[in-house]
Design a protein around this ligand. Structure first.
Ligand SMILES: *[C@@H]1O[C@H](CO)[C@@H](O)[C@H](O)[C@H]1NC(C)=O
Ligand SMILES: *[C@@H]1O[C@H](CO)[C@@H](O)[C@H](O)[C@H]1NC(C)=O
Ligand SMILES: *[C@@H]1O[C@H](CO)[C@@H](O)[C@H](O)[C@H]1NC(C)=O
Ligand SMILES: *[C@@H]1O[C@H](CO)[C@@H](O)[C@H](O)[C@H]1NC(C)=O
Ligand SMILES: *[C@@H]1O[C@H](CO)[C@@H](O)[C@H](O)[C@H]1NC(C)=O
Length: 392
């Protein structure tokens, strides 16, 4: 039964052909770009369609856009010096989904709740004014990865926002904790806040990320927050919950955008169970795309009514953890993707446990039945002569 589930799920993944052929370019068509400009364009083709991805840091606000089109479509980026101003798709996309981390919020958590609330004193830090430097990249047909460091150049706030984006075009668990599942339809995002200077007038500083989610579902709709319990925590020890935020299209028909993550963050660069902390998201609210942003430029030609824009706060921390200054580090990961969020398959270990768990009682029950039957037969056999003799 359990082997069947495993077989079935791997068969499904093979039949559906999750793998895509990827091609990636850094700053395509930009003559004046330097290492201070990072815009990655990726085309990921299946046998039926293409997903175009933009990973943009040129406008300060880290932005990832997914656009689903027919095969053989192209995207061209028009630049004004080092600013991407137009994104020309050769056809109208069937669906688009985008996320942006537009702000960090520093908040004074005097009640030590571990998450931001409207009652806290808080200070937004727009990432629009952040400068991003490319520190690592892989642009191959097996993997596309960039790592960038964001810093405020002219601010009293020192420290680094470390962002890594990674596309590996097949189904597997990520190497690092919390070992999220990546597929050909999704991109892994890691965000770290390293040595960020906190405000002098706050004695209980924490940080929260402010994220925007945009999709080409209608303006009047809403994204859906769901929490599932996984069956085992083998990949992410101690964490059984999986959280997803799905666009209406993904929620209803499994062909929209989603983000998926586990409610766990880390307080040290080396991710371990001992350095894990909790993550909490706020309810989703209606929002708007920031002015003069890549999001605005990308979605300029869409009707306002056809765009759903919502925002959410992601707080990383835990009551009693001595606030951000204890480690001067927090990190969190999520995947964003298209289609239905990947489900974890049973591992061999769990299948063995379940099989033993079900098999041993079954065996005992069976042997009990066999024992009863045999003893009945024996009894009858040994009774028969006596009965006969009694009757005689
Ligand atoms: C896409 O282009 C390739 C080669 O250029 C061609 O063989 C294929 O038929 C095209 N597919 C579609 C759907 O137009
Ligand atoms: C953050 O600060 C720690 C301790 O001062 C230092 O070891 C580390 O290199 C810093 N990290 C970055 C990215 O600046
Ligand atoms: C921070 O300051 C407030 C008063 O301004 C005080 O009530 C609170 O205990 C202080 N918290 C810490 C962790 O020092
Ligand atoms: C974190 O940074 C603050 C200064 O911003 C410093 O006082 C504190 O000692 C640092 N903590 C660690 C663990 O390095
Ligand atoms: C990936 O996207 C394609 C749409 O092109 C869809 O058919 C497929 O189901 C998606 N895969 C997953 C795992 O959602």
């Amino acid at each position: 039964m359990n082997f069947l589930i495993l077989l079935l799920s791997s068969a499904i993944s093979i039949v559906c052909g999750q793998d895509r052929v990827i091609t990636a370019k850094l700053n395509p068509g930009c003559a004046e770009c330097t290492s201070a400009n990072t815009l990655v364009y990726i085309k990921a083709d299946s046998s039926k369609d293409s997903i175009h991805q933009l990973w943009d840091f040129t406008g300060g606000i880290p932005t990832v856009v997914f656009a689903l089109t027919e095969l053989n479509s192209t995207m061209q980026v028009k630049w004004d010096r080092q600013v991407p101003v137009k994104f020309l798709l050769s056809e109208t996309p069937k669906y688009c989904f985008a996320i942006a981390i537009d702000k960090l919020y520093e908040y004074n958590d005097v009640e030590d709740k571990g998450h931001i609330s409207p009652q806290c004193e808080q200070r937004p830090m727009s990432l629009k004014y952040m400068s991003w430097t490319l520190v690592d990249s892989v642009l191959s047909d097996k993997e596309v990865m960039v790592r960038v460091h964001g810093q405020y150049k002219h601010s009293w706030r020192a420290g680094v926002v470390d962002v890594k984006l990674d596309l590996i075009p097949f189904y597997d668990y990520a190497a690092e904790l919390p070992r999220l599942i990546h597929t050909a339809n999704s991109t892994l995002v890691d965000v770290g806040l390293v040595n960020i200077t906190t405000s002098k007038d706050y004695n209980s500083s924490r940080f929260a990320l402010h994220m925007l989610l945009v999709s080409t579902d209608g303006w009047g709709e809403t994204m859906h927050y769901t929490m599932r319990k996984s069956l085992d925590d083998e990949h992410t020890p101690g964490v059984f919950e999986i959280i997803e935020i799905k666009t209406p299209e993904s929620y209803v028909k499994d062909d929209g955008g989603y983000i998926q993550f586990r409610p766990v963050g880390y307080t040290e660069p080396k991710r371990e169970v001992s350095s894990s902390t909790s993550v909490r998201v706020s309810p989703l609210k209606k929002s708007a795309v920031p002015e003069r942003s890549t999001l605005e430029r990308f979605f300029r030609d869409f009707e306002t009514e056809s765009l759903l824009v919502q925002d959410v706060f992601v707080s990383i921390g835990l009551t009693g953890d001595q606030f951000y200054r204890q480690h001067n580090f927090t990190s969190w990961s999520f995947t964003m993707g298209y289609g239905s969020p990947p489900l974890e398959t049973f591992s061999l270990f769990v299948i063995m446990i379940i099989s033993i768990g079900l098999g041993v009682p079954l065996l005992l029950a069976l042997s009990g039945v066999v024992y009863v039957v045999i003893s009945r037969i024996r009894q009858r056999n040994s009774n028969q002569p006596t009965r006969f003799t009694d009757e005689e």
